[in-house]
Write a protein that binds this ligand. Structure first.
Ligand code: 48H
Length: 255
């Protein structure tokens, strides 16, 4: 019995890996914007691979604010909660709250159920750049990175990569550190995130969601970060709208 269990797990996992060595889209980071984008793309039969460095997908949505695990969303975002079966309660001034555990687990479930392949514990450490275009990522086990083990990574190709790594904007950071590139951003360079301003940050997060370099898109806090926009605190409407917008742009680009 034990060996049958081991065999079933390794066969299923390596089948998933082989199927996703090459995909239409690689999403790096399974926070709310990456998960929403993955769920939307997979629902359109786009082959979607999601790498998350932590054990659990969900990013910053589990924790709400200061570990008070409720999230806030605006009235104009509730249609996305309805679409993904997440319940919410009205508060004041057009704001709503949702349970962080329900909201996060719903996004994870729909991304996986719609067909996105979610790989956890795997960390993007570099990008593939060919013909002046990003065409995949280089990844390794997160524990290997953390233990600073000298182990070479594996490469994964895709037509499009989405940086959904949140505050650190890891994919754009590594692209600009290792390559002499100009980004499709004001001044052509990556900026740093600015201090808290909820209204401005929510607007910028959606506005700057898009392609920053051929083959490389940004969403969520990464879109705020690279554009030098404000953070917005524990309001998640912008993250969901950003993931939704990224999926629409990417689906259109794939044709
Ligand atoms: C693989 C990686 C890597 C890597 C990071 O931070 P997230 O939740 O991302 P968003 O942008 O969808 O949501 C942001 C939101 O949670 C938030 O932080 C807000 C609203 N802050 C406002 C404020 O003022 O503070 O998720 C990103 C995910 C995480 O799970 C990381 O573990 C993962 O990306 N990640 N995965 N390879 N190199 N780097």
């Amino acid at each position: 019995m034990e060996l049958l269990i081991s065999s079933a797990i390794t066969e299923a996992w390596f089948n998933k890996l082989h199927k996703h060595l090459d995909s239409d889209v690689i999403i790096v980071g399974a926070g709310p914007s990456g998960l929403l984008c993955a769920a939307e793309l997979a629902a359109r039969n786009v082959s979607t691979t999601l790498f998350e460095s932590k054990l659990a997908p969900g990013g910053g949505m589990w924790g709400g604010a200061m570990l008070f695990n409720s999230i806030v969303i605006q009235a104009e975002t509730t249609y996305l909660l309805d679409k993904y079966g997440i319940s919410y309660q009205p508060q004041c001034n057009g704001l709503f709250t949702a349970d962080a555990a329900e909201a996060t687990s719903a996004l994870i479930y729909h991304a996986a159920h719609n067909g996105a392949a979610i790989f956890t514990g795997i960390c993007m450490e570099d990008v593939l750049v060919k013909n002046d275009s990003v065409c995949g990522v280089v990844a390794n086990w997160n524990p290997v990175k953390r233990l600073d083990m000298h182990v070479d990574p594996l490469s994964f190709s895709s037509r499009i990569v989405l940086d959904a790594t949140g505050h650190p904007s890891e994919v754009v950071k590594v692209l600009t550190l290792k390559n002499d590139v100009r980004l499709r951003l004001p001044d052509g360079v990556m900026k740093s995130e600015c201090s808290m301003n909820a209204e401005a940050g929510e607007k910028a997060c959606v506005e700057y969601t898009g392609e920053v370099f051929p083959g490389l898109y940004v969403s969520g806090m990464a879109a705020c970060g690279v554009s030098g926009s404000n953070r917005m605190g524990p309001i998640f409407g912008g993250m969901l709208l950003s993931g939704y917008k990224a999926a629409g742009l990417i689906a259109r680009a794939l044709g």
